[in-house]
Design a binder for this molecule. Structure first.
Ligand code: 5RP
Length: 234
């Protein structure tokens, strides 16, 4: 990661930390920007002694929260969150998102949508006019349905569908924390992300799609190397 990108992520993360209040139940997303958020929030808690409970969206986030001695609970214990902070891979002008670069979007969507306030933190490279200009859409799929779902996605206009590979030391595809695979799918830039999200979710075998509707997003904090900008829905 370049120095400028790290700085941009750090600025967005630092701004998000300002929105956390004492006594809150906080959903914590996944990714490098969220990792910075966790670190900066830990410093603030040490300084100010806030008492919060965190709900992680992935095993990696859980590990990091544990390392920093956060109180950690499950969504079944606290199904209504005050706030959730998460990253994103692409953001359009209506605050619709593509997520799932870390293959964690199924748990992220459940946790993020359970929050009264869902704040997204990104660096400036993630902003697009329309979703799919820059990124493929990650779709979590039950393994026996890979071929079936691929055919349906092609019928819907997908121009490329790729089974996400595993880590260098893993033989075979990436397997998600829920035991599924990811089909990274390229469409032409999306005119109506919400209807695309709905349509993909009706394909049998699809567990979750990495399109998040802007209706669920309270604000997007965009970090630049020298400033932050706050995006609100148009
Ligand atoms: C993981 C995600 C991440 O939030 C997204 O990939 C952004 O990550 P980063 O902050 O590292 O750019 O959706 O599933």
């Amino acid at each position: 990661m370049s120095k400028d990108i790290r700085l941009a992520k750090e600025r967005a993360a630092k701004k998000a930390v300002e929105f956390i209040k004492d006594g809150q139940i906080v959903g914590v997303g996944s990714g490098t920007t969220v990792e910075l958020f966790i670190k900066i929030l830990a410093e603030r808690i040490k300084r100010e002694g806030l008492d919060i409970i965190t709900i992680p969206t992935s095993f990696r986030t859980y590990q990091l929260l544990a390392e920093y001695n956060f109180k950690i609970a499950s969504l079944n214990e606290y199904p209504d969150l005050d706030i959730a902070i998460d990253g994103a891979d692409e953001v359009d002008s209506h605050l619709n998102l593509i997520k799932g670069g870390g293959a964690a979007h199924t748990l992220e969507k459940i946790v993020d949508y359970s929050a009264r306030d869902f704040i997204v933190i990104v660096d400036y490279r993630k902003i697009s006019n329309k979703l799919c200009e820059k990124r493929y859409i990650p779709i979590e799929v039950i393994p026996i349905a890979i071929k079936r779902v691929t055919k349906e996605l092609m019928k819907m206009g997908a121009v490329d569908v790729r089974l996400r590979g595993g880590e260098p030391n893993k033989y075979g595809p990436l397997i998600t924390e829920l035991g599924n695979v990811i089909l990274d799918t390229k469409f032409k830039p999306l005119e109506n992300p919400e209807s695309m999200e709905r349509e993909i979710k009706t394909i049998p075998g699809v567990v979750e799609v990495g399109i998040f509707s802007g209706r669920h997003v309270s604000k997007v904090i965009v970090g630049y190397p020298d400033r932050v900008e706050m995006l609100k829905r148009k």
